[in-house]
Design a protein around this ligand. Structure first.
Ligand SMILES: [Zn+2]
Ligand SMILES: [Zn+2]
Length: 62
């Protein structure tokens, strides 16, 4: 579940670079980056490295 819009993830989850690596859906990731909103919606932790938004890779599909 996405920690910003609380919708069940329909696409690949994105983990934000907060210390708890909270999960966002792709829509929220795009929206937050577009609005330069670099604060984790879940823990309120700020981050500023845009490149560190990591798609959570499904290891079983490699
Ligand atoms: Zn979302
Ligand atoms: Zn967080």
């Amino acid at each position: 579940m996405c920690c910003r819009c609380t919708q069940v993830l329909k696409s690949a989850p994105i983990s934000v670079p907060c210390s708890s690596r909270h999960i966002l859906c792709q829509t929220c990731c795009v929206e937050m980056r577009a609005m330069k909103e670099y604060t984790c919606p879940q823990c309120d932790e700020e981050f500023d490295i845009e490149d560190d938004w990591v798609p959570v890779v499904d290891e079983t599909r490699k």
